[in-house]
Ligand binder design. Structure first.
Ligand SMILES: [Ca+2]
Ligand SMILES: [Ca+2]
Length: 425
């Protein structure tokens, strides 16, 4: 899916370039495999790895000379052709002299220009974790749709949070952002690709404040982390984070690959009214944990409705994301949510026995660490999910680390039936 998205860009560039009679049409059999998955989707990252450096420059020159096929992110100035102007702009990016760069806008599926580097940003999304992690809790800005996960901002007074809770919702008002004090004047708003996010986008366009759309769902969050890191001058931290996630995922893969095919479990992921599909990005943690999807839903989600279409579906596990798994955790909401959800899913024989809440604010691979521990107890020691999660907290979430946050005691990031019963007792 991600591969085809980038290949589509390659196709567009090739068509444009072919139209100008500069290059031959790509022969797909011989195509250089530089585009495997989405990584740092900044135009100029010619080889689609995690950084922009001299390797990209070398490759770009080879493409211009016709020795290599153009890649998806080679058109640095996004004007539809590859020439010396791209080399010049790429050199400026490498030398940190560029004032703007083009990034891949995951919502509109084409290059968008943004000031570079971003000094102050407003993050208008319900997932503040990534920006907090990469930029620091008090730096830049952060916003959230729901009440902010206050534990992420430990040590900072609420009124110093740029009125995060009050002002920054899925739909940030342009007046609020324009009226920020001079030293915090935002040069962009970063948000997700959901259509209901930032329906005020036009107002921002008029005010010349770019709205940057990043895909933060599922495995695309790796790409989003690299992009926020690059755009905001936090490259090192972003690369460290991505390196950590890659390492953990490799460890999970090596263990789950030992599970025989007939021992693999199946799972599905739901909201109160829908079953989530592949397009939501929510199902990827199931696959990352080495399990199968109990039901194939290619679209974003499918309404449960009359439930008839689920008649022959027999999931080993039913998972739900809820915000009760946030760092500022409270038991009462966990119990309430649990009862609301399990009341809906009792039509499966195995549910709610095998129902679980899985961490909403966690990177996919961390969710997978928790799930894999439950799915395959022979392969993963008890407490594996918490162990990995604690490492992540201590390495990347400074406010929590400083507050000596203990993921085994201070929160609950995978809530099972046994957990529910213990909470209720
Ligand atoms: Ca590169
Ligand atoms: Ca160009």
């Amino acid at each position: 899916m991600m591969n085809s998205k980038l290949l589509a860009i390659v196709a567009v560039i090739v068509v444009v370039i072919a139209g100008l009679g500069v290059y031959a049409v790509v022969n797909h059999d011989d195509e250089e495999k530089v585009v495997e998955t989405d990584r740092l989707l900044i135009y100029g990252n010619v080889n689609n790895d995690d950084v922009i450096d001299d390797k990209d420059l070398t490759l770009l020159k080879q493409m211009i000379d016709g020795d290599k096929e153009p890649s998806a992110l080679a058109d640095v100035n996004a004007d539809g052709t590859l020439d010396d102007k791209d080399v010049e702009k790429l050199q400026d990016i490498i030398d940190k002299k560029a004032k703007t760069v083009f990034y891949y806008n995951a919502m509109y599926k084409k290059p968008y220009e943004t000031p570079y580097p971003l000094k102050n940003i407003v993050v208008a999304s319900p997932q503040p974790t990534m920006s907090v992690m990469l930029l620091g809790p008090e730096d830049k800005a952060a916003g959230t749709a729901e009440p902010a996960d206050t534990a992420l901002f430990a040590g900072i007074k609420a009124d110093e949070l740029w009125e995060v809770n009050k002002a920054y919702q899925w739909n940030v008002g342009v007046t609020k952002v324009s009226n920020l004090p001079a030293e915090k004047k935002a040069d962009a708003v970063i948000t997700t690709i959901e259509t209901y996010a930032m329906n005020t986008e036009k107002d921002f366009e008029d005010a010349k404040i770019p709205v940057i759309r990043l895909d933060v769902r599922g495995t695309s969050s790796i790409s989003a982390a690299l992009m926020i890191g690059f755009l905001c001058g936090a490259e090192e931290k972003a690369e460290k984070f991505v390196g950590y996630i890659d390492k953990v995922q490799k460890e999970i893969d090596s263990k789950t690959s030992k599970v025989a095919e007939d021992k693999k479990v199946s799972a599905m992921i739901v909201s109160k009214s829908d079953v989530y599909g592949n397009e939501s990005g929510f199902t990827s943690c199931i696959k990352l944990a080495g399990a199968n999807l109990a039901v194939e839903v290619p679209e974003t989600s499918r309404a449960i409705g009359d439930k008839e279409w689920l008649n022959n579906v027999a999931p080993d596990y039913v998972l739900a994301y809820t915000t009760v798994t946030k760092y500022a955790y409270d038991t009462a909401s966990a119990i309430t949510y649990w009862e609301q959800f399990t009341g809906i899913y009792d039509f499966f024989d195995s549910v709610p026995d095998n129902f679980m809440f899985v961490g909403y604010y966690l990177p996919d691979t961390l969710r997978a660490a928790y799930l894999a521990e439950v799915f395959y107890p022979d392969q993963f020691e008890k407490g594996y999910g918490d162990k990995i999660h604690q490492e992540y907290v201590d390495s990347f979430l400074s406010a929590l680390h400083d507050a000596k946050y203990d993921v085994t005691k201070d929160g609950n990031f995978l809530i099972t039936k046994e957990d529910y019963q213990a909470l209720k007792a």
